[in-house]
Design a protein around this ligand. Structure first.
Ligand code: BTN
Length: 246
């Protein structure tokens, strides 16, 4: 993949800019990064607080050739790439289903993948936000979020981190697009996530809460949760939290 990096000091959202670029015909491999975002987007319509230079705000345009049923695996692939980037930076990460990266139970990175129909076909935008400094975390999230700086006690060079991230994204995206790529990515994800098997969880769905123990992934990355009374439930989307007792 050829990477082209578009840098902004300040932008509404790197995901929104990547969508605009994709609509305008930008190729796979175009990346958008910004010093700060004024409308950083999180999952489920949440806001992603994006103070100047406190985090890495990065979006990549992909034009995947995958079968539609495997498109959700792009988020798992991205989580594996971020995991490796943080591990090489001296951290000990975990992937919380489906694509949050945690250190010691606290969130350090969020990933928001969005699709956009363009005249060149479907584009997938992978948006990655990594907390670099503790100033990237609003005080009410202090107990549930952390940053690279607080975990390593070092000032992190965002440029080096971004270079490692793009290399890892290229590596695991090539794996995903290759022969038996879906199975290979599921395997890579499973190796790096404590949520793959035997984790007691509470899943918040739109109209229901599911309690159970995780028991693997479906071929599209959906989470299998074994419940006490309703057999194995397949979770395609939902907020998953670890619990002590079910
Ligand atoms: C989440 O809710 O966990 C996902 C957060 C994703 C944030 C990143 S920051 C770069 C990119 N641009 C956005 O507006 N959001 C993503």
């Amino acid at each position: 993949m050829n990477f082209t990096l578009l840098r902004y000091d300040s932008i509404d959202s790197t995901n929104l800019e990547a969508i605009r670029q994709a609509q305008g015909g930008a190729d796979e491999g175009v990346c958008v990064t910004a010093g700060r975002q004024t409308k950083g987007r999180g999952r489920h319509g949440r806001i992603w607080v994006s103070e100047a230079d406190a985090g890495l705000y990065f979006s990549l345009i992909l034009r995947p050739k995958l079968e539609t049923k495997f498109l959700p695996l792009i988020t798992l692939m991205s989580a594996v790439a971020v995991f490796e980037t943080l591990r090489k930076s001296g951290l000990n990460p975990d992937i919380k289903w489906v694509n949050d990266i945690h250190i010691g139970g606290k969130k350090i990175c969020g990933i928001l993948a969005e699709t956009s129909e363009t005249k060149k076909g479907l584009a997938v935008i992978v948006g990655i936000g990594i907390n670099l400094k503790s100033t990237s975390i609003s005080p009410e999230l202090n107990d549930s979020a952390t940053s690279v700086e607080s975990e390593t006690q070092k000032t992190i060079d965002a440029e080096t981190l971004m270079q490692m991230l793009t290399r890892n994204l290229e590596k695991y995206y090539t794996l995903l697009e290759g022969e038996n790529g879906a199975g290979a990515i599921l395997e890579e994800w499973a190796k790096r996530s404590s949520y793959f098997f035997g984790k007691k969880v509470r899943v918040t769905l739109e109209n229901e809460i599911v309690l159970g123990t995780t028991c693997g992934l479906e071929e599209n990355g959906a989470l299998r949760v074994k419940t006490l009374t309703k057999g194995v439930r397949i979770i395609q989307a939902g907020d998953v939290e670890m619990v002590r007792k079910i």
